[in-house]
Design a protein around this ligand. Structure first.
Ligand code: NAD
Ligand code: ZN
Length: 346
């Protein structure tokens, strides 16, 4: 086996990253070594690349970037029993401690001692990566490799849409970045009645329409409230999936919900936000749900079924593919917003 590999390393506390030749890691006890076949860029990778405040507070450099992946297991650490060499796998990226209150009560995805692959540990923008056995997800061979590394962000979308129990309901998705886009086919597969999507970016609004949004709205130019009123016969939507992390969108979303409805928040605002809790939440009896990561591993099973049974088509959401060496091109596109998911192939 190779002794060195190429890897995208965040090496300096400033904008950018560099391609380096580094040693292939050894899997420690309880870990497996995976030869990476495909990775994809997440918004948080871009935040690390850009080196924003969150990255500064969470990432220790130098570190290999990336966490969304699919690949083949090539070596096992001591004591690994549930995975074999040759398995085609992806990775859950939340690394739970296994012994805190949350881990012990079926809530490993919100473990209080949580580490995240590619944030607190070396990641997967490389030829090889080490994955914890607990995080290894064996892919169904019927699922095209092209979609396998997208299952992790797909899990974010599934977890958020699941919170709305959307069957036969009218829903609003605020933000059509990769997370919002993936939510559209999921909501359709779950049986949502009308899916309204608000998104200021033209490229993404077009994509939203292509993957099944019933109504797309530019919240900066169109009258979202009037459109929601018309589509829902004056009732308001039953559910909002907040996928922008933008204060204005959260407030706008809250105001479109019918009393008794639900908002699930996946989008992460950079700063504390100001809400009119009295009028927009309390007196309307709104349920507000925070979503972090994906429930382990319910969302992975759902992703598997949706993809295997072709209940969703996420192909149009993968808008760009580059060799790993061209990661900077992918990051530039992330900055422009004129993209869906961007795949990198080592
Ligand atoms: P993204 O930044 O690509 O997408 C956000 C979209 O919101 C953009 O397309 C932007 O144009 C749009 N937007 C901006 N202002 C808007 C407005 N007023 N109304 C409607 N849309 C507006 O991010 P993403 O990768 O799609 O992820 C979505 C959000 O979810 C981000 O905030 C991300 O950090 C967060 N996220 C959270 C988790 C979690 O575990 N909670 C996991 C993944 C992503
Ligand atoms: Zn824990």
């Amino acid at each position: 086996m190779d002794s060195t590999m190429k890897a995208v390393v965040k090496s300096r506390p400033e904008f950018g990253a560099e391609l380096q030749e580094v040693p292939v890691p050894d899997p420690a006890p309880g870990q497996v070594l995976v030869k990476i076949q495909q990775t994809s860029i997440c918004g948080s990778d871009y935040h690390i690349y850009k080196w924003n405040k969150w990255a500064e507070n969470n990432v220790e450099i130098p570190q290999i970037m990336g966490h969304e992946m699919a690949g083949e297991v090539v070596a096992l650490g001591c004591g690994v029993s549930s995975v074999s060499a040759g398995d085609f796998v992806s990775a859950e990226t939340h690394i739970p401690c296994g012994h805190c209150y949350q881990c012990k009560t079926g809530l490993q995805h919100i473990c209080v001692n949580m580490k995240i692959l590619g944030v607190h540990t070396d990641g997967v923008f490389a030829d090889y990566a080490v994955i914890e056995e607990v995080d290894v997800w064996k892919n169904d061979p019927a699922i095209p490799a092209k979609f396998a590394s997208i299952q992790e962000p797909l899990g974010n979308a599934i977890d958020t849409i699941r919170a709305g129990e959307v069957a036969a309901k009218n829903i609003l998705i605020t933000g059509a970045g990769p997370a919002g886009l993936l939510s559209i086919p999921v909501a359709k597969a779950f049986g949502a009645a009308n899916i309204i999507v608000s998104e200021p970016n033209d490229y993404r609004r077009e994509l939203a329409e292509e993957v099944g949004a019933d109504f797309v709205v530019n919240p900066l130019e169109d009258d979202l409230e009037a459109i929601v009123e018309e589509v829902t016969d004056g009732t308001g939507v039953d559910f909002v999936a907040e996928m922008s992390g933008v204060e204005a969108a959260i407030n706008q979303g809250l105001r479109q919900i019918t009393p008794g409805g639900t908002i699930a928040l996946l989008g992460v605002p950079d700063d504390p936000v100001r809400l009119n809790l009295t009028d927009d939440l309390i007196f309307k009896g709104i349920n507000m749900i925070g979503v972090t990561g994906r429930e382990m591993f319910q969302t992975w099973y759902i992703a598997r079924r949706l993809l295997k049974e072709k209940k969703i088509d996420i192909a149009p959401i993968i808008t760009h593919e580059f060799p790993l060496e061209d990661f900077a091109k992918g990051m530039e596109l992330m900055q422009s917003g004129n993209c869906g998911k961007i795949v990198l192939n080592p």
